[in-house]
Design a binder for this molecule. Structure first.
Ligand code: GLA
Length: 393
């Protein structure tokens, strides 16, 4: 329990911090795009749009922070360093705003390589066993960065590069990020052009669209690695949040978290979230906590479908996850060890945040039984994911 005074002081501090972020953003920024307010939400005077501020430099390139604001006053901040979402600020049941995505307020912190907070992950999200694969009879060796395996693209994945950002003149606040991953980067074949678009709608939705093209066959698996705590505070464990996942099956892993290749039923295991339950209920029976890929029940890959839902009773917030992807990595922040301190001064500890990473299955390039992740020249890669926040008022 918080002592009410301390709680109030903390709250005041948080509000002042958030206010100062917005003030600084307001003073330093210039409007690069703004949307016509005379549309969707007649009840609101809030001007929707996108602003940008200078955030430093990396690899000789300018790093910027973009703030997307919708007519409801929700904000999403995204930096072109790693295409990283640094916050997603929405109201709770009392109308108080806080970020449901864990992040930091300086580029410096992101340069200390926190474990993929909010980042765009590629060229291959999650693990490739033994840091190698064979494609069309050619053997490819990747940079191992997780024991013998390659995790989230290798030593310098898409989360550690500066993307080219543009603000489209759409009526809904959005930004487009472009990156060209060179042939041979981290060991992957082909020049790969990637375009990711982030959009913030008036329905409290953060939408992510991934597009890519290649000039040689390559494995490709793109995701966003946001860590969520719906209560807005890492001091509240996510083990008390409740979760539903529309998956009857999952891909079990070995001791290095590489899938065995089997596709097993969740029924009768701690991995069963087909009926909503608190995340903490059976977590003790899973060594280390949840870090597992679900085989989503969705069959039609051409349209967005709801695949998961998280509920937090403290804030009254619910998050729905929609995707076109076949898999979902559910990760309970098992490796979070308090080393990184969030923007409110709290250490980010084990189980203080969760990830629901929409994706293709880990190690697919070495698992012929999994859906293919090969992108061929002439093909257009397209996936979409939506994180939608609902508030019980
Ligand atoms: C993913 C993986 C985890 C871990 C985190 C980053 O969720 O599945 O094992 O590597 O990324 O720390």
């Amino acid at each position: 329990m918080h002592h009410p005074d301390i709680f109030q002081k903390k709250k005041l501090k948080e509000i002042m911090k958030i206010t100062s972020i917005f003030l600084v953003a307001g003073i330093l920024s210039f409007v690069v795009a703004s949307c016509n307010n005379s549309g969707s939400d007649k009840n609101s005077d809030i001007k929707a749009g996108v602003t940008k501020t200078s955030w430093g430099e990396f690899d000789g390139k300018k790093v910027e922070l973009f703030t997307l604001v919708n007519h409801k006053g929700d904000t999403v901040t995204i930096t072109n360093y790693g295409g990283t979402i640094t916050s997603f600020v929405v109201p709770d049941k009392n109308g108080n705003r806080s970020s449901v995505i864990i992040g930091f307020d300086s580029l410096q912190t992101y340069l200390q390589k926190p474990p993929y907070f909010g980042a765009l992950v590629g060229r291959y999200a999650n693990r490739i066993g033994g840091a190698q694969f064979t494609l069309n009879n050619n053997e490819y060796k990747l940079n191992p960065n997780d024991g013998k395996n390659t995790l989230h693209g290798g030593l310098k994945g898409f989360d550690k590069v500066v993307w080219d950002a543009t603000v489209p003149s759409d009526s809904v606040p959005s930004i487009e990020l472009n990156y060209v991953s060179k042939d041979g980067e981290e060991g992957f074949p082909g020049n790969l052009k990637v375009m990711v678009k982030y959009t913030l709608t008036d329905d409290h939705e953060l939408k992510i669209e991934y597009n890519a093209e290649t000039d040689k066959p390559t494995p490709l698996n793109l995701t966003n690695h946001s860590y969520f705590n719906l209560s807005g505070r890492v001091t509240n464990s996510i083990l008390d949040e409740s979760l539903w996942i529309d998956a009857d099956k999952y891909t079990p892993v070995d001791s290095t978290l590489i899938p065995t290749g089997e596709i097993l039923d969740v029924k009768g295991t701690p991995f069963d979230f087909t009926s909503a339950k608190k995340i903490g209920v059976s977590i003790d029976s899973v060594k280390g906590g949840y870090d597992i890929n679900y085989v989503l029940n969705r069959k039609d890959s051409s349209s967005l479908q709801k695949v998961a839902e998280v509920k937090d009773s403290i804030s009254g917030r619910t998050m729905e996850v929609y995707t076109t992807q076949p898999g979902l990595q559910f990760y309970t922040g098992n490796f979070l060890d308090g080393k990184f301190i969030n923007r409110y001064g709290n250490p980010i500890t084990q189980h203080s945040a969760l990830c629901l990473e929409t994706q293709h299955f880990p190690d697919s390039p070495n698992k012929p039984g999994f859906p293919t992740t090969t992108l061929n020249p002439g093909e257009k890669f397209h996936q979409e994911t939506v994180y939608k926040i609902k508030v019980n008022e």
